[in-house]
Design a protein around this ligand. Structure first.
Ligand code: V47
Ligand code: SF4
Length: 359
């Protein structure tokens, strides 16, 4: 093991990348602190002592979805109790509140609604943008983009062009789950394949939009599946350079239907964040999404290679419907204090990672 760590340390220092076999060995190692130290080294070389966050607000315009991913406690059928679709006015009210509170970004995603036409989404973007020209709209997963293409009979490229025209600024990284088909068939058989997710994202990057990438972990996947997922992302990033941040999402099990899901402890969360930082040498940012990790693990993650804490969020449904015990919202001052107490330098960023203020 010591040899493994020494080899990886010299790779990081020489700017060389680790292999899939090495990543797998790191996952199998029990030496959490040694893995974390390597990740901290890799991160320091990319991002120094700065840790960024943004002031944002999530809006989930509908929870009605034609899919039934087994890990998802958020989605409902169109006849189910608790299903909703927000009226445009409600969406605009939330966006206006966000603007007034100093947000620079609106993060909007939702279920695959059986009846809403593509025009609903175009109008939503255009109206939010008309009211708040300075707000960056980060919206829709690759899964939704594929759905819009099938709704309209258009190509992904055509759908993206219309969304950009209406005000879309970038895309989040959801819907990636685990890209390998064996696990994907078990946890979300109706969802687009991993290959299609990668294909849609490649088209989006080539249209000039940046996106993030996520990985949902802690359900049925093995370490091999995580490494395979990371490997597919590293290869795509090599082709396009369009990914901004990688975000491992810790699975929240309440109200879900994944038989035998393992769940995520603090050790696994930190190890996964750290190995992602080491392996994804062509990603600048690794984000600890505090909603799924909890505030304390997200803070400790800053010593394990993480340089991004997402944002203020304000209203969160996907994790909280599944039992996340984090708060719904964090004030900017709270995020700044959490970063400072970890001995790092807080930086407010915009969605495209321009620095707005160094604290
Ligand atoms: O794709 C669903 C995940 C994702 C559960 O790009 C769950 O900046 C845990 O992608 N437990 C959507 N996770 C959220 C997402 C995201 C969040 C924050 C920032 C960004 C970004 C992206 O949430 C889904 C799915 O992987 N998810 N159910 C659950 N029970
Ligand atoms: Fe629908 Fe997305 Fe939930 Fe799957 S994860 S059921 S696609 S909302």
């Amino acid at each position: 093991m010591t040899r493994l760590f020494e080899n990886i340390r010299s790779k990081i220092k020489n700017g060389a990348r680790i292999s899939d076999a090495e990543a797998l060995e790191l996952f199998r190692s029990d030496d959490l602190l040694a893995v974390g130290e390597l990740a901290a080294l890799a991160n320091r070389r990319k991002n120094g002592e700065k840790v960024c966050f943004n002031v944002n607000r999530h809006i989930n315009y509908t929870n009605i979805c034609v899919n039934r991913c087994t890990f998802c406690a958020f989605s409902k059928g169109a006849e189910d109790e608790g299903c909703y679709t927000m009226a445009l006015n409600d969406i605009l009210e939330k966006a206006a509140e966000a603007s007034a509170a100093g947000a620079t970004e609106i993060h909007m995603v939702g279920g695959l609604h059986p009846d809403l036409p593509f025009d609903f989404y175009l109008e939503m973007l255009a109206a939010v943008k008309a009211d708040n020209p300075a707000l960056h709209i980060k919206a829709f997963t690759a899964v939704e983009i594929d759905y819009f293409a099938s709704l309209t009979g258009q190509s992904v490229g055509e759908v993206i062009a219309e969304l950009i025209e209406a005000g879309l600024g970038s895309m989040p990284g959801g819907g990636a789950e685990i890209l390998g088909e064996r696990v994907r068939q078990q946890i979300c058989p109706e969802k687009i394949s991993g290959a299609r997710w990668l294909e849609v994202i490649e088209t989006v990057h080539r249209a000039g939009l940046r996106t993030n990438a996520t990985m949902l972990f802690g359900h049925l996947e093995e370490y091999e599946d995580r490494v395979d997922h990371l490997s597919k992302l590293r290869a795509l990033q090599g082709r396009t350079g369009g990914f901004q941040a990688f975000i491992p999402l810790a699975f929240q099990p309440d109200n879900t239907r994944v038989p035998g899901a393992k769940g995520v402890g603090g050790v696994d969360a930190l190890k996964t964040l750290a190995i992602s930082r080491i392996y994804l040498d062509n990603f600048k940012h690794v984000k600890a999404y505090w909603v799924m990790l909890g505030l304390k693990i997200a803070q400790v993650a800053l010593a394990f290679g993480v340089n991004d804490l997402d944002g203020t969020v304000v209203e969160e449904k996907i994790g909280h419907e599944a039992g996340a015990d984090s708060p719904q919202s964090m004030a900017k001052e709270q995020i700044v204090s959490l970063i400072r107490k970890a001995g790092k330098t807080p930086v407010e960023r915009d969605t495209l990672y321009n620095e707005l203020r160094v604290y």
